[in-house]
Design a protein around this ligand. Structure first.
Ligand code: CDT
Length: 320
């Protein structure tokens, strides 16, 4: 029997620093309602979808940043999203800043069943940027200040979406650039990777040239390779446009297990893209070129987990 999943990626336009969660949630409810009208069974929202991308703003005292975090889910402010999902019978993925009851801070994503239950939670592992104010940068990227490294690994769960069971996993933004993260999901037979991002159009490290047009290419390259090499679908969903003068590049995509882009956003605003995904497509790679059980050679991969930074290779010199 064909297992078809109608998958929606809800790109979001900018959210300004002064705008509250009510503005973001109202926009998300509209996107979710449109997704439901168009027959989607799940809708994927971006990383840190409820606020502006606040790690660009430095706060000396972490306590003064508390207002950027969710302390409970749902809350009064996010409840309308949960209610809309229930009303329309559609699951959703949400990225948000999490502050736990015992005071830990994570860059987190959840997949929520239409009944409001949290099916899967993931906390971002690869945190880019820096932890202290960097005077050399025009714009800060303080994820290492505001978040701890995720402590849940890369979980995959088999859970209902619409009327079928789907193997669901998640990555958050910078994670998409790390093949190790995709492979850990692939080793759990992931079929759908939900992936939100906020990526600036310019590399703000500002210590070397990076061609502007390659920023989007690298994002797509990473997601397409991850899907192909692990025989899965992904929804890569951006927060896009100009937040308080800082541009995020958008270009949200839905990708199939052949690494092909099935749908792509064309605006830098709130925009829904939808794809009809035949989950059976995950089988081809798994049975042939990426049949892990037959072809993987973990005995040769020791460095992947034994080492963090790269090491210089042995030097060859001619005998004569
Ligand atoms: N949010 C996030 O992870 N953004 C990064 C930007 C890195 S620039 C410090 C990304 O990899 O897209």
């Amino acid at each position: 029997m064909t297992r078809r999943l109608v998958l929606a990626a809800a790109q979001m336009g900018p959210i300004q620093k002064a705008e509250g969660r009510d503005v973001a949630v109202a926009r998300m409810v509209r996107l979710l309602e449109t997704a439901a009208r168009r027959g989607a069974e799940v809708v994927v929202f971006p990383e840190l979808a409820l606020t502006t991308f606040f790690p660009r703003w430095y706060e000396e005292d972490l306590g003064r940043a508390d207002h950027w975090y969710e302390h409970a889910l749902p809350s009064n402010e996010t409840a309308p999203l949960f209610e809309a999902a229930k009303r329309h019978g559609i699951g959703f993925h949400l990225g948000y800043a999490e502050k736990t009851p015992d005071g830990h801070r994570f860059n987190t994503a959840v997949y929520v069943h239409p009944n409001g239950e949290i099916v899967l939670k993931y906390r971002k592992v690869h945190l880019p940027g820096h932890s202290e104010y960097d005077p050399q940068r025009h714009v800060q990227h303080l994820e290492k200040r505001y978040f701890e490294v995720g402590n849940l690994g890369f979980p995959v769960v088999r859970a209902p979406i619409g009327d079928k069971q789907v193997n669901i996993g998640m990555l958050i933004c910078n994670d998409r650039r790390w093949p190790e993260a995709w492979r850990v999901l692939g080793l759990q037979q992931v079929e759908l990777v939900m992936l939100g991002y906020n990526t600036p159009s310019l590399n703000m490290e500002n210590r070397g040239f990076e061609a502007h047009h390659l920023r989007v290419a690298h994002s797509h390259l990473s997601i397409q390779a991850g899907c192909y090499q692990n025989s899965c679908f992904a929804a890569g969903v951006a927060k896009a446009g100009t937040e308080d003068g800082n541009e995020l590049f958008g270009h949200s995509i839905i990708v199939n297990p052949q690494g092909e882009i099935m749908a792509m956003a064309t605006s830098w605003d709130d925009e829904l893209i939808i794809a009809d995904c035949d989950l059976g497509m995950c089988e081809l790679g798994r049975r042939t070129i990426f049949d892990f059980a037959r072809h993987r050679r973990p005995e040769a991969y020791g460095r992947i987990t034994a080492q963090v930074g790269s090491e210089a290779p042995a030097v060859w010199t001619p005998k004569a």
